[in-house]
Design a protein around this ligand. Structure first.
Ligand SMILES: *Cc1c(COP(=O)(O)O)cnc(C)c1O
Length: 475
């Protein structure tokens, strides 16, 4: 036998991979019953069903092998071009009708198109030159310095990196907390993002879910009771700077005060601030509690594709230099230090962030935040004016309201829903005009959903407080 590897020459049978029947639709509540149902029947049944254990292949663009004469006929090129053109149209339409997720879709990075031709990778530590030369560390560190200034920590005192998303920031922040306090208990409010509980599972940490107020903020009375019950173990706390569903901001100062009053000295707790959503909005909101490393916090993270508006998921993670040494290992293969969660890191993302920070600057973000808060108030007021239950937290641009009855409408506007509530997140690309189109459509459709024997709107007093509820009982 020869020592060199052989290239497989067998035929690649596409049909063997593609010919899979569509998965049966799952009906109200029963997960994967395996029973096929009629389209219409499914529509009228429960909502937001998730098909577990089976991948849905209904809208798949198959990869097809090039024909032998493709290069000559150009058929394949033309086919791909038409697929992409159609896809672009879909994106434009879907972008226009988007309200439910906190992504700022308003940007123009045309100037960066020229960089598409490079495989930019910042693998390793942003502050240590690796042997791989096609990187954007100079941009990355510039962006990190900007955030360090925003969150008030000196250049020599912080460590950080540009992550793949807010989740990676949480995974990192909580890991640092765990490395500092291997025996620590993780505390997080029940309305924290699911990535926090994922981190607890991944790291096999003891995790205490703390109750919340109606606003969605952490309930510090419950937090205190839980601390009292676990005084012998250090505390690792996830503090929400804007929760995912209600946009609630945990009171950082009260969290710290509660820790101190419960006998936790600063060397017995670690706070990670999950600022995925509002990390970059809060600094510009008057009366908002300040996120600052002058306070006893360990790390802060923010998503780059949310308020900032990056065309690819990314995020920023900043922690204290003293903590990162507990976490990192040297890696000879990289000639760098391993302190990040991921290995290869998107080197394009830092350039997009750098570009937008330069363009907008502190003042630009301030203006956008003001606009978002104004428009969010407009949305909430008009909803309430139309007799629709709605809530808007003071520091937030996330408007929570009665879940629209029609799932088609929910999908059309890409609303995020949970139980009887839905939310719209007012980002810089959400203009008054767009809100008007949405509101008019909602009010018109809704008039057909309720009354005259068709049922009543749901009571959402439990979610939004009775003062924000417009159901038959509370209005
Ligand atoms: C969106 C969000 C995250 C996760 O961010 P990704 O960038 O989607 O991974 C974490 N926490 C909160 C509060 C969020 O809203």
């Amino acid at each position: 036998m020869s020592a060199t590897a052989e290239v497989m020459s067998g035929e690649f049978d596409q049909a063997a991979v593609v010919a899979e029947p569509l998965p049966p639709v799952v009906g109200g509540g029963a997960v994967d019953s395996g029973v096929e149902e009629e389209e219409g029947e499914q529509k009228s049944k429960g909502r937001g069903q998730i098909v577990l254990g089976r991948n849905v292949h209904t809208s798949c663009l198959a990869v097809t092998e090039p024909e032998a004469n493709d290069e000559f006929t150009g058929d394949k090129e033309a086919y791909m071009a038409s697929v992409l053109a159609r896809y672009r149209k879909t994106l434009m339409e879907r972008t226009k009708h988007h309200l439910g997720y906190p992504y700022n879709l308003d940007f123009d990075y045309g100037a960066l198109a020229q960089l598409q031709h490079f495989s930019i990778n910042n693998l390793g530590d942003p502050f240590i030159e690796s042997n791989y030369g096609v990187h954007s560390r100079q941009f990355e560190v510039g962006v990190l310095d900007w955030f360090a200034r925003l969150w008030e920590i000196e250049k020599t005192k912080y460590w950080g990196y540009i992550t793949n998303c807010g989740t990676e920031g949480n995974l990192h922040g909580i890991l640092v907390g765990r490395e500092v306090f291997p025996e620590g208990i993780l505390y997080a409010s029940r309305e924290s993002h699911y990535s926090v509980f994922k981190a607890a599972r991944m790291y096999r940490m003891e995790c205490v879910k703390v109750g919340t107020l109606v606003s969605g903020e952490i309930d510090c009375a419950d937090f205190r009771a839980n601390l009292q019950a676990n005084k012998d173990k250090p505390a690792i706390i996830n503090v929400n700077i804007g929760t995912t569903v209600k946009g609630a901001v945990d009171d950082l100062d009260l969290v710290i005060q509660t820790l101190e009053e419960s006998g936790f000295t600063h060397d017995r707790f670690y706070i990670h601030c999950d600022g995925a959503l509002f990390g970059l909005m809060m600094p510009f909101v008057k009366r908002a509690p300040k996120v600052s490393f002058k306070k006893p916090i360990g790390s802060v993270s923010v998503s780059g594709h949310k308020f900032v508006g990056c065309p690819m998921p990314c995020g920023v993670q900043i922690t204290r230099m003293e903590h990162i040494n507990a976490l990192s290992r040297n890696v000879e293969y990289l000639a760098s230090r391993d302190a990040t969660i991921m290995g290869s890191r998107n080197g394009h993302a830092p350039i997009f962030l750098w570009y937008t920070l330069n363009r907008k600057g502190y003042k630009g973000f301030q203006k956008e935040v003001q606009k978002c808060l104004r428009n969010a108030h407009y949305l909430k007021d008009r909803l309430r004016g139309a007799g629709i239950s709605a809530m808007l937290n003071e520091l937030s641009s996330t408007v929570v309201f009665e879940r629209p009855l029609d799932e088609e409408f929910v999908r059309m506007w890409q609303l995020a829903c949970e139980g009887n509530i839905a939310h719209a997140v007012v980002m810089p690309n959400v203009t008054i005009e767009k809100l008007d189109v949405f509101l008019n459509e909602l009010v018109e459709k809704r008039s057909g959903w309720y009354g005259e024997g068709r049922g009543e709107p749901p009571c959402v007093a439990g979610d939004l407080g009775s003062e924000n509820c417009d159901c038959g009982l509370h209005k």
